[in-house]
Design a protein around this ligand. Structure first.
Ligand SMILES: C[S@@+](CC[C@H](N)C(=O)[O-])C[C@H]1O[C@@H](n2cnc3c(N)ncnc32)[C@H](O)[C@@H]1O
Length: 433
């Protein structure tokens, strides 16, 4: 074996420092998890997710407790204290264990000169209890710019959105309609002792009462179900799929919606799945393989149609664009640290560019579904309004839906702490000549 294993809190502090430096949890957490034995990994994951989720509140408290910020080379100890504060405020861990193990982690990180500070700050935090939050950014634990944008965009709903973003997301499944009916699969889950209920809006969705490892799900490896949020599942209900159609999934990886499309309609002529990321595209193939489905995969910038398109127009296009992911913060709390306000305008330009390019390869009489997992109108109905101003022949179709709200140019779902993520969908049709 190599070096002695580092304490879990030291590894968590390392992960938090990497996130502060711009890496996503999905990039930096897997190698960190591999540094621990399997039985300790769930706890490390919970520490990192929880510290990101409550970062802005914990950071405000910690800054208030420090006489002056730590020097840059000691920044990791700031994160170590955030992890400990997360445990003091949000976990059942005994205080003495948090204190002792954090001091031990400080030593393991080769910062013995800071053990006194760490001990003093955490003891004061324990004695003083959680402070009254100084401002809304700390109270709701979101970056100031995001909070302001939500308050401005959703004057009635912003607090509800912030609270939903801080909740733990449920685990939701999509039953593979080719294998089982939803009721049949609910029966299999009950037999396996897994409590679950049908989703309200998505026809093949099942929400579990609490998350379980996928290998406990009956017939998972054989393609009976996939893990997919209810909001993401709704895309197939809007595509009006029918046998013989040629379908494009323009931003496909990791393939959740590609697979949902293929499951929803058995005799499509072809499904082409494109993604520009060479790292992410193989995930589409893995998902197709597990579900025993077929699609044509291409690694390309979907907007550069001259580089990949064979000249045959598509009957249906799903455009699930790259976006701020502000509707799925509860699943990816690192977004609070990673996303910048200045990201939104360039993203909107990419989204409109992709929409223009996809429109050109949609068949007359065809349908395009535009989707984001964002709650910012700038990426959602305003993109559709801008597009419809330019493309005056585009027909905006109002989907028949029991969910979300009609934004005049598409439908918005806000995240619901008890069920689906935040999502936006717009349906556009191209008239026959
Ligand atoms: C929201 S995710 C797609 C999620 C996917 N539809 C699913 O349901 O599993 C957006 C994807 O778009 C890809 N992407 C970003 N810009 C692209 C472009 N210009 N052309 C093709 N793919 C792009 C990203 O690599 C990312 O995988």
């Amino acid at each position: 074996m190599g070096d002695r294993q580092q304490p879990m809190r030291a590894i968590a502090a390392d992960v938090m420092l990497a996130v502060e430096n711009g890496q996503s949890l999905s990039q930096c957490l897997p190698p960190a998890l591999n540094r621990l034995p399997p039985n300790e990994r769930p706890e490390l994951q919970a520490l990192c997710y929880g510290t990101c989720r409550w970062f802005h509140r914990l950071d405000s408290e910690l800054n208030g407790r420090l006489k002056k910020p730590l020097r840059k080379p000691d920044r990791i100890i700031h994160h170590l204290m955030l992890v400990a504060l997360f445990q003091l405020r949000f976990s059942q861990q005994a205080t003495y264990a948090v204190l002792n193990e954090t001091v031990e982690a400080c030593r393991a990180l080769d910062k013995p000169h800071l053990t006194g500070l760490v001990n003093g700050v955490l003891r004061a935090a324990e004695r003083g209890g959680a402070p009254e939050s100084a401002d809304d950014s700390a109270r709701f634990s979101h970056p100031e710019w995001m909070l302001e944008k939500l308050r401005h965009n959703w004057p009635e709903d912003w607090q509800h959105i912030l609270q939903a973003n801080n909740a733990q997301a449920p685990m939701t499944l999509r039953v593979n309609a080719r294998r089982f009916s939803r009721d049949e699969y609910l029966g299999l889950l009950a037999d396996a002792g897994i409590e679950a209920a049908a989703t309200r809006f998505a026809p093949y969705g099942i929400q579990l009462a609490s998350p379980v490892p996928v290998d406990r799900l009956p017939w998972f490896a054989d393609g009976a179900v996939s893990v997919q949020d209810e909001a993401a599942q709704l895309c197939t209900t809007m595509m009006d799929l029918a046998p013989g159609q040629r379908v494009l999934d323009a931003c496909a990886a990791p393939g959740g919606k590609t697979c949902a499309i293929l499951e929803a309609c058995g005799e499509l002529a072809e499904v082409v799945a494109i993604d520009e990321s060479a790292d992410r595209l193989p995930r589409v193939q893995e998902n197709l393989d597990r579900l025993d489905l077929n699609a044509t995969l291409k690694q390309a910038d979907a907007a550069a149609t001259d580089q990949w398109w064979d000249g045959q127009a598509f009957d249906r296009i799903l455009l699930d664009v790259p976006c701020s992911a502000s509707g799925v913060i509860r699943r990816h709390p690192d977004i609070k640290l990673l996303r910048r306000e200045s990201d939104i305008t360039p993203l909107a330009a990419i989204q409109l560019g992709l929409l223009d390019a996809m429109w050109a390869i949609l068949k007359p009489g065809g349908r395009l579904v535009y989707a984001t997992c964002s709650v910012f109108p700038q990426e959602n109905h305003r993109i559709i309004q801008r597009f419809c101003k330019q493309q005056t022949d585009a027909i905006l179709v109002e989907p028949e839906a029991q969910w979300g709200r009609n934004m005049g140019a598409g439908r918005q779902l806000l995240p619901d702490p008890d069920s689906h993520d935040g999502f936006f969908y717009a349906v556009l049709e191209k008239p026959e000549p």
